[in-house]
Design a binder for this molecule. Structure first.
Ligand SMILES: C[S@@+](CC[C@H](N)C(=O)[O-])C[C@H]1O[C@@H](n2cnc3c(N)ncnc32)[C@H](O)[C@@H]1O
Length: 187
């Protein structure tokens, strides 16, 4: 049995979800691990839009995609994920990945924030096609604090069960505020 990191856990479901030719969004590009995964999965006939507010993240992601010979199917945007609806139409996206928190090795004050995260999540719902999926890695404690986690969990709990399936997993026996993986699937 693997010792699943939260991103590995979510990647299992992302791999099941994304097909060749799909339209995908990495809402929090960071060092580009999720952008690379999405780019490889949706292939040359697919498309990935990736967002981050830090130039350092775009540079790290571009370097990773180049080093890994990723298909040239991506657009890296130095822009907040609250603007993702400027780039794709509603009901068109197969998979949207949110990995909240701060850029590892970067400026912790530029971490995701509850208000903009929920604004972006609300937009993300409208962009998903039927059967589309949002993957969320939610962190708390330390630099992240608890506000963003609490606000996102409240927002998730209130989603209409007729329209969305929300599955929240749990590192049940891990102490010290373990991360929370969540999937949202549009019915
Ligand atoms: C935990 S990192 C993401 C890790 C990334 N998925 C990876 O594979 O390396 C969170 C990222 O969210 C970015 N971020 C913070 N606020 C943002 C916003 N409003 N829009 C887009 N990205 C944002 C941060 O700059 C940081 O790089």
């Amino acid at each position: 049995m693997k010792n699943y990191q939260i991103t590995q856990w979510c990647a299992n479901f992302i791999r099941q979800q994304v097909q060749e030719g799909d339209l995908c969004i990495d809402a929090t590009m960071g060092n580009g691990n999720d952008t690379l995964l999405l780019s490889q999965l949706c292939g040359t006939s697919g498309k990935v839009y990736a967002f981050d507010i830090q130039k350092q993240a775009l540079e790290a992601t571009q370097a990773k995609l180049t080093a890994e010979n990723a298909p040239e199917n991506y657009t890296l945007l130095l822009e907040s994920h609250t603007n993702m609806d400027k780039y794709v139409g509603s009901g068109s996206v197969s998979c949207i990945v949110f990995n909240f928190g701060y850029l590892p090795g970067g400026d912790h004050t530029l971490a995701t924030k509850a208000e903009t995260s929920i604004q972006a999540l609300t937009t993300a719902l409208s962009l998903l096609k039927k059967g589309g999926m949002i993957s969320l890695c939610i962190y708390s404690g330390g630099d992240s604090g608890f506000e963003e986690r609490e606000q996102i969990l409240i927002w998730l709990k209130e989603l209409d069960p007729h329209r969305y399936l929300v599955i929240k997993s749990d590192y049940y026996n891990r102490p010290n505020n373990p991360p929370i993986p969540v999937l949202v699937i549009k019915n």
